[in-house]
Write a protein that binds this ligand. Structure first.
Ligand SMILES: C[S@@+](CC[C@H](N)C(=O)[O-])C[C@H]1O[C@@H](n2cnc3c(N)ncnc32)[C@H](O)[C@@H]1O
Length: 336
C-alpha cells in the first residue's frame, strides 16, 4: 500500500472507532450494527389500517404510507453515513463475496432465514392448479399437466424452494447458490425428504459463471433477496444471464430490499461502499433497489414489466414500543 492510501485507510478506521488497522491489509472489522433483515414474515394477510401500528395492540404489522417528510428524513440519515469506503475494501468485499456467504452459512447453518410459505400467494404463477369442481373431477384425474421448470438463484439453504416444491407438485426446480456450505445443506435436505426426482442443486456464482441450466429451458426464475447481495455494476449482466435461461413468455419473479428500507438507514458510518450498496459486519453486502433500477434492468435485458412496486410496512416492536419501517421491492418481468 502506498503511504497516502494507507493514511486514508487509517483515517477511515479511526472514524469507525475500530481496533488499529492490522499491518497486513486484511478485511477490517467494521462496527456496523447488524440489522436482522429477515425476521419478519412477509405474509399476505390483510390487516386493518391504523395510522401507526403501535396504536392497535392486536396488530403485528400494517401497510405504511410514504411521503415527502419520510423521504427527507431518509436522505438525511443516508447523508450522515458519510463518504464511501475506500475502493480497496470495496473491491475486496465484492471479490470475496462467495467466501463471506460460505462463512455465513458455516456459522448460521439453516437457522437464519425462515421458510417462505407465502411465495405461491405473492407469485400466483407458482401456485398449484385449483382443485377441480365436483363434475370435473373425473376429467381432471386423466388430465396430465406438464411440469413447470423453476430456477432459483441464490437459494441459500432452500427456504423458498422447499415450501414451493411441497405445495405445487407440478414444479421441478434447480436451485443454486455461490456458497457451497449452503448447497451442502440443500443436498442433505433433498436426500432426507426424498425429493431428488423434482429438485436438484448446485454451486454456481452468477457473477463469474453462466447459470447452470440450458438456455431457454425455464418457465420461471426466482430471485429472493439475492441480487441485492451482488454489486450493482454486475446486475445487468446477471439479468442477461437469467433472461437467457427462460423460455419465451417465461417470467422472472423477484423480491428484494428496497431504497430507504430501515435496514439501509440503520447502517453506520463506514459501511457504505457506494450509493445504496453497503457491507454488513459479517462481510456480506446489500444493495437497496428502486423501481427505476428495475425498469432499467428490464429494458437492458429485453424483458417486459408485469409488476414493479414497493411493499411498505410498519412492524410493531412492542417490547421497545417502536415501529420498524420496512420496504421491499416486488417485481415480475416477462421474457418477450
Ligand atoms: C440474503 S441471502 C437470501 C437467501 C435465499 N434466497 C432466501 O431468500 O432465503 C442471499 C443469497 O444469495 C447468495 N449469493 C450471493 N451472491 C451470489 C452469486 N454471485 N451467485 C449465486 N448466489 C449468490 C448468497 O450465498 C445467499 O445465499
Amino acid at each position: 500500500m502506498n503511504a497516502g492510501f494507507r493514511e486514508a485507510v487509517k483515517e477511515w478506521y479511526a472514524e469507525l472507532a475500530c481496533k488499529p488497522m492490522p499491518e497486513a491489509c486484511e478485511t477490517p472489522m467494521i462496527k456496523v450494527k447488524i440489522v436482522e433483515e429477515e425476521g419478519f414474515e412477509e405474509d399476505s394477510g390483510d390487516p386493518a389500517k391504523p395510522v401507526n401500528v403501535l396504536d392497535d395492540p392486536d396488530q403485528l404489522w400494517t401497510e405504511d404510507d410514504w411521503n415527502g417528510d419520510k423521504e427527507k428524513e431518509a436522505l438525511g440519515r443516508i447523508d450522515k453515513q458519510g463518504p464511501d469506503a475506500p475502493k480497496f475494501w470495496t473491491n475486496k468485499y465484492i471479490d470475496k463475496a462467495p467466501q463471506y456467504w460460505k462463512a455465513f452459512y458455516n456459522r448460521n447453518k439453516d437457522n437464519f432465514y425462515k421458510d417462505r410459505h407465502y411465495l405461491h400467494i405473492v407469485f400466483p404463477d407458482l401456485a398449484p392448479a385449483p382443485a377441480p369442481e365436483e363434475g370435473e373431477r373425473e376429467k381432471a384425474d386423466t388430465r396430465i399437466l406438464p411440469p413447470l421448470r423453476l430456477l432459483e438463484v441464490g437459494c441459500g439453504v432452500g427456504n423458498a424452494v422447499f415450501p414451493l416444491i411441497e405445495i405445487n407438485p407440478r414444479l421441478h426446480a434447480h436451485a443454486f447458490d455461490c456458497a457451497s456450505s449452503a448447497v451442502d445443506l440443500v443436498h442433505e435436505h433433498i436426500a432426507s425428504a426424498a425429493l431428488g426426482d423434482r429438485l436438484s442443486a448446485s454451486v454456481c456464482d452468477l457473477v463469474r459463471e453462466e447459470a447452470p441450466v440450458p438456455p431457454g429451458s425455464m418457465d420461471f426464475v426466482l430471485c429472493m433477496y439475492v441480487l441485492s447481495a451482488i454489486a450493482p455494476s454486475a446486475h445487468a449482466d446477471c439479468f442477461r444471464k437469467l433472461t437467457g435461461t427462460l423460455k419465451p413468455g417465461g417470467r422472472l419473479l423477484l423480491r428484494d430490499y428496497a431504497l430507504y428500507d430501515e435496514a439501509q438507514l440503520r447502517f453506520n458510518k463506514g459501511s457504505k461502499l457506494f450509493d445504496n450498496f453497503y457491507v454488513r459486519q459479517d462481510g456480506t453486502c446489500a444493495y437497496y433497489f428502486s423501481t427505476e433500477d428495475m425498469e432499467r434492468l428490464a429494458v437492458s435485458s429485453g424483458m417486459k414489466i408485469v409488476e414493479n412496486y414497493y411493499i411498505r410496512r410498519q412492524y410493531a416492536n412492542r417490547a421497545k414500543k417502536q415501529a420498524r419501517y420496512r420496504i421491499w421491492l416486488h417485481a415480475i418481468l416477462e421474457k418477450l
